[in-house]
Design a protein around this ligand. Structure first.
Ligand code: SF4
Length: 208
């Protein structure tokens, strides 16, 4: 994923970086009035079915693909839907890819990139990264999902800058778009991969 540089309202064009379940990944110059479907077509079309799209980069948000496919990839249109053009990232998540895992990798990266000067990053973002990391790895502690939801709601507005706020926004969208996947991961399973963590398999065997 990379950057987008909007040239301004007059030209109505911008640069987006398209990646994920797409035939031709890379930077594309687009008309800002194009829909997400148009952008995907310009990039050769989907390489396989997609379930969601990350718009705006790591401080952007996930959205269900069906809800935004016909939406213009234009800052105002996106803002009206609670989304952001941000740095112009358009990352399509394949149907068989795991949104929990994809989000965990981003959040753990963001947690590692703070200057560690403020509580929300030193404690909050770090703990959230550990928590979502366990969920993604299908080795969640009891109540990890509840903690993740609670901590995500407490993160924004408390740092010296907006770094934690960006992470909280991404997490909030993930918890909504991938709600069923998060519940499965709390149970140490992944509905996308139809597998369970070995420890969970052992627990089920013990119950049986
Ligand atoms: S909130 Fe901003 S300033 Fe404070 S530690 Fe995090 S990144 Fe640094």
């Amino acid at each position: 994923m990379a950057a987008l540089i909007a040239r301004g309202v007059e030209t109505r064009t911008g640069l987006v970086t398209v990646s994920g379940a797409i035939r031709k990944s890379g930077v594309q110059e687009i008309d800002l009035g194009w829909t997400l479907g148009d952008v995907a077509a310009r990039a050769g079309g989907l390489s396989r079915p997609a379930q969601a799209v990350l718009l705006g980069g790591y401080f952007g948000a996930w959205a269900p693909i069906d809800e935004v496919w016909a939406l213009p990839v234009e800052p105002q249109s996106l803002r009206a839907r609670g989304l952001t053009f941000g740095c112009g990232v358009v990352h399509l998540l394949a149907e068989d890819a795991c949104g929990v895992d994809a989000t965990a990798r981003i959040v753990r990266y963001l947690a590692s990139q703070s200057a560690r000067q403020c509580g929300p990053c030193v404690f909050g973002l770090h703990a959230i990264g550990e928590c979502i990391g366990r969920l993604a790895a299908r080795c969640a502690h009891a109540s990890d999902l509840d903690r993740l939801k609670r901590w995500t709601g407490q993160l924004a507005g408390r740092g010296g800058c907006k770094h934690p706020d960006g992470a909280a926004g991404l997490l909030h969208s993930a918890l909504t778009v991938f709600a069923d996947d998060f519940v499965a991961h709390q149970g140490r399973r992944c509905v996308r991969r139809s597998t369970a963590h070995p420890a969970a398999v052992g627990q089920l065997a013990a119950v049986a």
